[in-house]
Design a protein around this ligand. Structure first.
Ligand code: ATP
Ligand code: MG
Length: 768
């Protein structure tokens, strides 16, 4: 069989057309589950199989590292089945990992030193706070997070501090003087730390290409074919990079669905896909119209919902799959009952032999909704895993170890320096660290250099000088050892020489034991990484990979358990059985989208999110809502989500909890909760119910928890490090605090090493 027959044998005619069309710009615009990702995979195999280009002459960009790995795996499989050999490396990356690959080669051109570090969002926040202190800007009046958001938005638009300032002069609304001041100094400090944040990875690549046309030209010529999956969620800077790279060969194939654009809050611009034909007038457009993933009822319902959006291209999506079961719409009294229903349904179905736990997924709008669900799954002993939330690599002990390793190869990394200088405790107090920081600012040195200089110039008393000097020497030694030893040997050296492990072992609390387990797990990860990468498995590449793993990447399908995640992270995935919970007005669509401002646009984005969630399901879909839900300790009564009402009756089977039989028609929503005496009365003796808009549902689509490194505030007498007990979760330690007064929140790490955040006012936390 020839290559083309081979790569197209399981494709429909439109898919085949897309796989065969290699020359020129190509737009594949199609609804969910129509095989877009599959087409990209086969197209790449086609190009390699035909020998039109070598594997390393094709750039493919996916949305997550997990998707990249999966695609790579499939391509290898297709090629192996064909008997074709792969001689060079594949370039299947996320935008971020592509940029790291480029910058690793060329960033020195922009005046950085080799071995630059990557700051995640919490490192970035520490850096911004440091800058704010230097500029004497009050964190209470001007929250650091606001600056973080503004800087990130500027970078996503391709604006460095100077361009940002110019932009400000041109337009009234964009940035205030303080933001510019913070951005400028932040930039300077990042440079000094020889580190880049996530947005920098893209911005610096863009700047590199602009400033060094020969470097750009090299990549332009190298990549004969470029493909981008989930193109509807590219932001402006990603768009610019793709445009630049595609100019030489113009063989750019983008794939997407404007109905699944759900990341505008992260700067994604739906116009990128809508305007593709303007950007490339010669573009060929292929539409895929058959959905292979879902049952007829699911496709019908999802299509009906998305039809209510105005800003979209008209598309057809049909399926030859059987209609299947109707969509189960379920009304419950409150979030506990809703969670019980979900857990119970999974239990019943599993008892009836329907699939394995892996086949079930639960999606919610905000991470906060997961707690009650987890509780109920645990009660019924249903194994589950949470995607997002606190990620392995964000755990305290893991970040500590990674910081030591980062500092060993990049001594200029001040955030890492501050994180570990007194961890484990070395008797170096906060004042000393502040002095070092101040000294570093004055002298324009990194904190490491400043610490050494301060010792030499006797800035501290003899005792402190000794301690600081020992730390600097320790890091000096580690720096040397990092060069001498391969990664697998270096990690145990760090554990040992920093005395981190000894300190944990001395402290015999269950938390410490869990931390030791995690440090062991990190060792496993390192060994595995080194094995997979061989020669390339260096400390630098490991740290890079660690910095880039995203929520969904940690999803390990092998473990047999129910998957729980936010709707945002569910994009691109599929499961036989899907529950979408919390379909209530003000939660989904979120209160924010219904608030002031660009309401209609925001609701449309929420609707796309509903479409994404529903179209993940292959066989069965449940949509549930609670008539009453507690948010930040307040009872909220919200009507059924408009997204349920938008589904035609014919696709739905509607049930309420009480009668377990049809009571209200879904179309009319739940009509009479006031007169229903059996529920809705405060059950937890909490504050009075509120029918108003929720004060704040956290928009946790981002699920990047940020632990406040600031000293603990005094709210409710809870402070960092304090031991507490929660009636449901048991004993734990306060890990971080934030907010004030009514909003004072604590994050507590429990003995099973999970971290949960509570509003102190409402949580029944007890000091122990
Ligand atoms: P999404 O919009 O959710 O990203 P998609 O358009 O990328 O979806 P895929 O994930 O590529 O769709 O495909 C959806 C499902 O349909 C997959 O399980 C895929 O294997 C299957 N599929 C796609 N095309 C065909 C085909 N021609 N024959 C059989 N199955 C197919
Ligand atoms: Mg896809």
């Amino acid at each position: 069989m020839d290559v083309l027959d081979f790569v197209t044998k399981n494709l429909n005619p439109s898919q085949k057309d897309a796989v065969e069309t290699l020359e020129g710009p190509l737009l594949i615009l199609a609804g969910a589950g129509s095989g877009k990702t599959r087409v990209l995979t086969h197209r790449m195999a086609n190009i390699i199989g035909q020998g039109v280009a070598a594997p390393d002459e094709i750039l493919c960009v996916t949305f997550t590292n997990k998707a990249a790995k999966e695609m790579e795996h499939r391509i290898y499989k297709i090629l192996a089945d064909m008997g074709a050999r792969v001689h060079s490396q594949l370039w299947i990356n996320t935008f971020h990992s592509f940029c790291v690959r480029v910058l690793r080669q060329h960033l020195t051109l922009l005046d950085y030193k080799p071995f630059f570090g990557i700051y995640d969002s919490s490192d970035q926040l520490s850096q911004i706070k440091k800058v704010m202190t230097a500029l004497d800007i009050n964190d209470k009046m001007y929250p650091a997070k606001n600056f973080q958001g503004a800087i990130s938005r500027a970078k996503m638009l391709g604006l460095n501090p100077d361009a940002f300032e110019k932009e400000r002069k041109n337009s009234r609304h964009f940035a205030d003087a303080k933001t510019i001041e913070v951005y400028k100094l932040y930039e300077k400090e990042m440079k000094k730390a020889n580190s880049l944040d996530f947005d920098d990875l893209l911005l610096k690549t863009y700047e590199l290409f602009r400033m060094y046309p020969d470097v750009l030209q090299m990549y332009q010529e190298k990549f004969k074919y470029i493909m981008v999956d989930e193109y509807q969620d590219t932001n402006h800077i990603q768009y610019l990079i793709v445009q630049m790279l595609a100019q030489a060969h113009r063989n750019l194939c983008v794939v997407g669905d404007e109905d699944q654009s759900i990341y505008s809050w992260r700067g994604a611009d739906i116009k990128n896909i809508l305007d593709f034909e303007k950007d490339f007038r010669e573009a060929k457009v292929v539409k895929l119209e058959e959905n292979y993933r879902s049952s007829g009822n699911i496709v019908g319902a999802a299509t009906a919902v998305i039809k209510n959006n105005s800003e979209r291209k008209d598309k057809t999506l049909f399926t030859s799959n059987p209609a299947g079961d109707k969509i189960q719409v379920r009304e419950e009294r409150n979030e506990y009952d809703e969670a019980k229903f979900v857990a119970k349904t999974i239990q019943t179905m599993m008892n009836e032999g329907e699939g394995s736990y892996n086949d079930y997924a639960i999606f919610y709008r905000t991470n906060a909704q997961s707690r009650v669900l987890e509780e109920q799954l645990r009660t019924l002993s249903i194994p589950y895993r949470l995607v997002g939330g606190v990620r392995f690599y964000e755990r305290m002990e893991i970040k500590d170890m990674l910081s030591y390793m980062k500092l060993a190869i990049n001594p200029a990394d001040d955030v890492a320096f501050k994180r570990v200088i007194n961890v484990p405790a070395r008797g170096i107090g906060k004042t000393t660290v502040e002095k070092i920081e101040e000294f570093a600012f004055q002298q324009n040195l990194s904190m490491m250099q400043a610490a050494l200089k301060a010792c030499e110039e006797r800035v501290f008393n003899a005792g402190t000088t000794g301690k600081v000097r020992r730390f600097v020497e320790l890091m000096g030694n580690l720096q040397e050892l990092a060069l001498k030893h391969p990664l697998v040997e270096f990690y145990p050296i760090v554990l040992d020489m920093t005395e981190y492990l000894v300190a944990l072992k001395k402290d015999e609390s269950p938390e410490s034991l869990a931390r030791i387990d995690n440090l062991e797990e990190l060792d496993n990860a390192i060994v595995q990484f080194a094995k997979e990468r061989g020669e390339e498995g260096t400390l630098t590449s490991f740290l890079e990979e660690m910095a880039l793993v995203s929520d969904v990447d940690s999803l390990n399908q092998e473990q047999n358990s129910v998957t729980m995640m936010t709707l945002h992270i569910s994009k691109g995935l599929e499961y036989p059985y899907v529950f979408v919970v919390g379909l209530e007005e003000n939660l989904f669509p979120s209160a924010r989208s219904l608030g002031d401002g660009d309401t209609e646009e925001d609701v449309q984005e929420e609707r796309r999110l509903a479409y994404v969630g529903m179209t993940r399901a292959r066989q069965k879909l449940w949509l549930t809502y609670a008539k009453m839900r507690r948010v930040w300790g307040q009872e909220q009564f919200n009507p059924q989500s408009r997204f349920i009402k938008e589904i035609p009756q014919e696709y739905i089977e509607f049930k309420t909890a009480a009668a377990d039989a049809p009571r209200f028609m879904a179309k009319y929503g739940s009509s009479s909760y006031d007169s229903d005496e059996t529920w809705g009365r405060p059950q937890w003796g909490a504050t009075s119910g509120s029918r108003n808009k929720p004060r704040s549902y956290e928009d946790e689509s981002q699920s990047f928890p940020d632990y406040d490194d600031a000293p603990a505030s005094s709210g409710g007498g809870f402070s960092k490090g304090m031991r507490v007990r929660h009636p449901t979760f048991g004993a734990g330690t306060v890990y971080a605090t934030e907010g004030e007064g009514e909003n004072f929140k604590v994050s507590v790490m429990f003995t099973d090493n999970t971290v949960k955040k509570f509003v102190v006012k409402y949580a029944r936390l007890e000091k122990i």
